[in-house]
Design a protein around this ligand. Structure first.
Ligand code: GLU
Length: 284
């Protein structure tokens, strides 16, 4: 059997909070329990929100928590050429199309139904005739032609941590963005390419990303990449059932350190399912 390889993949848009510690711990402990490898990837593709200061903060927080990773840190911002190659591959097969729409255009198309991440793209640019001049002169992103992609791939499933097969239903997302006007790649494409390149065998991440897995499974197939097992762990919530976020005062790791909290004790409590006062597992 191949060795277990997991990863923690934070976006450096702030310091780590309790929810991140919980997630990193799941991925770290699965790898260490199996004598495998725990890797770190910084998802800093969104240049408008990522900050180098948060990268060093995240590193400091993980080391303080005792969640050491192996090897070099992978930075998505250094890998844009690889994402572009993956996109070119899909372009060559006619599975993506340029999209010139603004958020406003999409919202104005009132009939758009909702998917897991908001309005489904109503397909305004899907069947536009090729227009090289417009492409050269107008900012545009690239969308996956979901119907074509599904037809090309056929039925797909992914495997959960216990080996259960889950049927992939990427159609619930509609024509997702794979490259944005303001960024060379979207989360879906970058994460799929990187999980394969890092040899991740088990993607351990929060239940909030469950729906995204449908898209990732499809992209893996289209790009000829291996498919890891997926373990979506329950999220920590406030006792009122609110998801943790900076804005609702989720305890941040740097703050715990400043207050003199003992990290070994804090982690032992989390591992035993004992959460700080005011927090519990969502759905638990
Ligand atoms: N970068 C994502 C986040 O911080 C996580 C991506 C993933 O685990 O697939 O929410």
């Amino acid at each position: 059997m191949s060795e277990t390889v997991t990863r923690f993949a934070p976006s450096p848009t702030g310091r780590l909070h309790l929810g991140h510690a919980w997630s990193a711990l799941q991925a770290h402990d699965l790898a260490t329990a199996r004598g495998g490898h725990f890797l770190l990837r910084i998802e800093d593709i969104d240049v408008t929100r990522s900050r180098p200061a948060h990268v060093s903060g995240i590193i400091e927080d993980l080391l303080w928590l005792g969640l050491d990773w192996e090897g070099e840190i992978l930075f998505q911002s250094e890998r844009t050429a690889l994402y572009a190659m993956a996109l070119e591959d899909l372009k060559a097969r006619g599975l993506v199309y340029p999209c010139f729409c603004t958020r406003k255009d999409i919202a104005a198309s009132a009939s758009a139904p909702h998917g897991p991440d908001g309005l489904l793209y109503p397909g305004l640019c899907r069947d536009l005739p090729p227009d090289a001049a417009r492409m050269a002169g107008t900012p545009h992103g690239w969308r996956l032609d979901m119907a074509k992609a599904i037809a090309a791939a056929g039925p797909l499933a992914w495997i959960t941590g216990d080996g259960t097969a889950v049927r992939a239903t990427p159609e619930i997302h509609g024509d997702v963005v794979l490259a944005r006007k303001d960024a060379p790649v979207s989360y879906h494409l970058a994460v799929t390419v990187d999980d394969a390149d890092q040899g991740i065998t088990h993607v351990v991440r929060g239940a909030d990303l469950y729906a995204a897995t449908h898209v990732h499974r499809l992209l893996q197939h289209l790009l000829g990449l291996a498919s890891p097992a997926y373990i979506h762990h329950p999220l920590i919530a406030t006792v009122d059932g609110e998801r943790l976020a900076k804005r609702n005062g989720a305890p941040d790791i740097a703050g715990l350190r400043d207050r003199g909290v003992d990290p070994a004790r804090f982690m032992a409590d989390l591992r035993a399912g004992r959460f700080p006062d005011g927090y519990r597992l969502m759905g638990g």
